[in-house]
Design a binder for this molecule. Structure first.
Ligand SMILES: *Cc1c(COP(=O)(O)O)cnc(C)c1O
Length: 410
C-alpha cells in the first residue's frame, strides 16, 4: 500500500485494486488472533456479519423513534436482562462498548448523586486498583474524583480497605466480575452490603465476563454471586462484543430499575430540530450492531451459548496446563477467562518482546507483569499450537537471559 498521506488521491482506483491493497494490510490470521478477540466459530461470525451488513446504513440514532429498530433493540436488551436475575422493573441500554457502558453508569451516578446529596461539589467513587481504566477516564470526563484502593493478596477488592476509603464525598463503589487483568471476581456480595449500609450506588463492571458467567454457572461451576441477586448492585455493564460473541461495537448497561435508568437519560430540545432523543452518548451510528446482536443471540440461543462455554472451558484448562508446563511460566488462578500468566523467575518484558518479534499481537499487564489471552471459540488448533511453540521459545530466550545476568553477578 502506498505511503502517501499527503491528501486525497486525485483519481479513484478500481474495486479490485481497492481490495488488492486492503488484502496487503490484513494481518496474519494466526498471529493476529488474540487481538481480534472474542470471535465465535465461523458460522456464528457469518450470521452476525450478514445481519450487520443488511442494516449497515440504517441509523441507530433513531432507534427510540423508529419502531423496527426500537423493537429489535428492546428485544436484545430483554434477552440480556434475562441473564442477570434482573427484577421485573429492570431496564437496559444498548451501547457501543464497555467504555460507553461504564461512562453511562458514571454519568447516571453523578446525576443520582446530585439529587441525593445536593450539597456535594465533587462526588467521589471508590474502586479497587484492578478496576478498568475507563473509570479513571469517565471520572475525568464527568468531574468525579476516583480513589483506587489496593487489592487483597488474592487480587480481589479489599472490602475493608474500600470501606475505610469512604468519606463524606463518596457516592458510589465499583466491583468487577471479573476484572480484565486477573480474571477474578471481586467480593460483590460484601461490596453490596457495604453499599446498602452506606447508601451508596454499587456498579458492577462485568464487561468481559457478563455474557460468560451465567453459562459457566449453568454448567455447574459455582461462582460467587455478582449480578442483581446481590442487593445494592444498581447497575451492571456487560459487553456483547466479548463473550456475547456479537460483532463490535456492542455492549449493554443494565439498570436495576427504570427509575435508575432515568438518571442516564438526557434529551435536550433547545435547538431548531426539536427533541434530541437517543439511547446514549452516540449520535449517528450504524444500526448494524443492534441487528447483528439480535441475530447472533437468536441463532445461538441458550443451548448455543452453553455449548460454546463448555468448549471454551475445556480449551482453557488445556491451555493453562500447557503454559504451566513451560519452565518459569505461571498461569494465574482465575474465576473466568481471559487467561493471564506471568512468572516468578523470568522477565515477562523479554517474553512479551520475543513473542512480538515472532509477530504476535498481545496485550498484558505491567503491575505485575502479565500476558493476557482473550481466549475465544475461534482459537483453533493452529492458533493454539503455533502460539505455544512460540511461547516455549520466548520463555527459553528469557531464561537464557536470567542465566546470563546471574553469571555476571558472580
Ligand atoms: C473490555 C473491558 C472494558 C472496556 O470495554 P470496551 O468494549 O473495550 O470499551 C471495561 N471493563 C472491563 C472489565 C473490560 O474487560
Amino acid at each position: 500500500m502506498s505511503n502517501n498521506t499527503a491528501g486525497l488521491w486525485q483519481t479513484g482506483i478500481s474495486r479490485e485494486e481497492v481490495f488488492r491493497q486492503l488484502a496487503e494490510v490484513q494481518f496474519d490470521e494466526v498471529k493476529g488472533h488474540w487481538s481480534r478477540a472474542f470471535r465465535p466459530p465461523l458460522d456464528v461470525q457469518e450470521v452476525g456479519a450478514t445481519a450487520y451488513r443488511t442494516f449497515l446504513s440504517d441509523n441507530g440514532l433513531f432507534s427510540l423513534r423508529t419502531d423496527y429498530i426500537r423493537e429489535v433493540e428492546e428485544q436484545v436488551v430483554g434477552m440480556c436482562l434475562g441473564l442477570f436475575h434482573s427484577p421485573p422493573d429492570a431496564a437496559g441500554t444498548f451501547t457501543s462498548g464497555g467504555s460507553e457502558s461504564n461512562y453511562s453508569a458514571l454519568h447516571a451516578i453523578r446525576e443520582w448523586a446530585r439529587e441525593r446529596f445536593p450539597r456535594l461539589t465533587r462526588p467521589r467513587i471508590v474502586v479497587p486498583y484492578s478496576a478498568h481504566p475507563t473509570f479513571s477516564k469517565g471520572c475525568h470526563y464527568f468531574g468525579l474524583t476516583l480513589e483506587r484502593v489496593p487489592l487483597r493478596s488474592d487480587r480481589r477488592a479489599d472490602v475493608a480497605a474500600m470501606a475505610a476509603a469512604i468519606d463524606v464525598n463518596t457516592v458510589a463503589l465499583v466491583g468487577s466480575a471479573p476484572c480484565w487483568s486477573f480474571g477474578v471476581i471481586d467480593p460483590i456480595a460484601e461490596l453490596g452490603e457495604l453499599a446498602v449500609h452506606k447508601g451508596l450506588w454499587l456498579h458492577v463492571d462485568a464487561c468481559v465476563g457478563g455474557y460468560l458467567a451465567p453459562f459457566v454457572e449453568a454448567l455447574g461451576h459455582a461462582l460467587p454471586p455478582w449480578d442483581f441477586r446481590v442487593p445494592g448492585v444498581q447497575s451492571i455493564s456487560a459487553d456483547l462484543h466479548k463473550y456475547g460473541y456479537c460483532p463490535k461495537p456492542a455492549s449493554t448497561v443494565l439498570w436495576r430499575s427504570a427509575e435508575l435508568k432515568r438518571f442516564h437519560i438526557v434529551h435536550p430540545d433547545d435547538w431548531p430540530g426539536g427533541p434530541y432523543r437517543m439511547q446514549g452518548f452516540a449520535g449517528s451510528r450504524s444500526a448494524g450492531p443492534i441487528f447483528a446482536a439480535w441475530a447472533v443471540m437468536r441463532y445461538l440461543g441458550r443451548e448455543g451459548y452453553l455449548r460454546l462455554t463448555r468448549e471454551l472451558l475445556e480449551v482453557r484448562v488445556r491451555l493453562m496446563d500447557e503454559i504451566r508446563a513451560i519452565p518459569g511460566l505461571n498461569p494465574l488462578d482465575s474465576d473466568l477467562p481471559p487467561i493471564a500468566f506471568g512468572s516468578q523467575t523470568l522477565d515477562m518484558q523479554i517474553v512479551m518482546g520475543e513473542l512480538r518479534k515472532r509477530g504476535w499481537i498481545l496485550v498484558g499487564a505491567s503491575q505485575p507483569p502479565l500476558i493476557n489471552l482473550p481466549l475465544d471459540p475461534a482459537a483453533n488448533e493452529r492458533v493454539l499450537n503455533s502460539f505455544l511453540a512460540d511461547l516455549r521459545q520466548a520463555a527459553s530466550k528469557a531464561a537464557a537471559q536470567v542465566g546470563a545476568r546471574s553469571e555476571l553477578d558472580y
